[in-house]
Design a protein around this ligand. Structure first.
Ligand SMILES: O=C(CO)[C@H](O)[C@H](O)COP(=O)(O)O
Length: 228
């Protein structure tokens, strides 16, 4: 699969969200960080804003729910227009049922793991998902430093995907930039969330293209990428 870039609007100007969404058209996804000030110590936006964003851009919405009770809320984000909905493993009461409900409603189902959450206990659930998100910072805020110690977890996840022959996308989120994206791609990630590296750039659309080119140059020679 070709690498994909998902700019995070957490680093955008929230008073001009429609314009900021248009500024990254050409990206594969628009990453929408939903935070409830309970699961993470920060508060962002909810269903009505996602409905408005879905009308404002043709870029599909990649909603990352950093919230409690995703079993109730995740389907509401599909109804609001998200093309992909990510819930946290640490918050979901019934992740398999939830993934099936998201898919049945017509979106891609994705599950996220905080840095301290291992992937191995979820090995048998991976076939129920379209994407796994490995957090490379503690969730809650943009602009944090990339956690190198997550690279072995990315590698182990890529090995599990290959072992089971899954068509599962592997997303990384947090501190992804021109200086870290190649390490993520080498470890096996193929979907990259980037907030400050895109929205702090003079030309956000050009930043998306540069990140994609950097990652693609690495994955072009990756054995797992050739196998797809
Ligand atoms: O989920 C997130 C924080 O919880 C953000 O998507 C992430 O941090 C993106 O910002 P940056 O690329 O600046 O690290």
């Amino acid at each position: 699969m070709a690498v994909q870039i998902s700019p995070s609007i957490l680093s955008a100007d929230f008073s001009r969200l429609a314009e900021e969404a248009k500024a990254v058209e050409g990206a594969d996804w628009l990453h929408v960080d939903v935070m409830d000030n309970h699961f993470v110590p920060n508060l962002t936006l909810g269903v009505p804003v996602v409905e408005s964003l879905a009308r404002a851009t043709d870029t599909p919405l990649d909603c990352h729910l950093m919230i409690e009770n995703p079993d109730h809320w995740a389907p509401r984000y599909v109804e609001a227009g998200a093309g992909s909905v990510t819930f946290h493993a640490e918050a979901a009461a019934a992740p398999v049922r939830l993934a099936r409900e998201i898919r049945a409603k017509g979106a891609r189902a994705s599950m996220a793991l905080k840095p301290a959450t291992p992937v191995e206990p979820y090995e048998d659930l991976l076939s129920e998902l379209d994407m796994l998100l490995i957090m490379t910072v503690e969730p809650g805020f943009g602009g944090q430093a990339f956690l190198d110690i997550m690279l072995p977890k990315i590698r182990r996840t890529r090995e599990l995907i290959s072992k089971h022959g899954l068509e599962l996308w592997l997303q990384v989120d947090g501190g992804v930039s021109a200086s870290t994206i190649e390490r993520c791609a080498e470890a096996g990630a193929d979907v990259f969330v980037a907030g400050s590296a895109v929205y702090n750039a003079d030309d956000p659309a050009a930043a998306v293209r540069m990140l994609r080119d950097q990652a693609a140059a690495v994955t072009a020679s990756a054995p797992w990428a050739c196998a797809h």
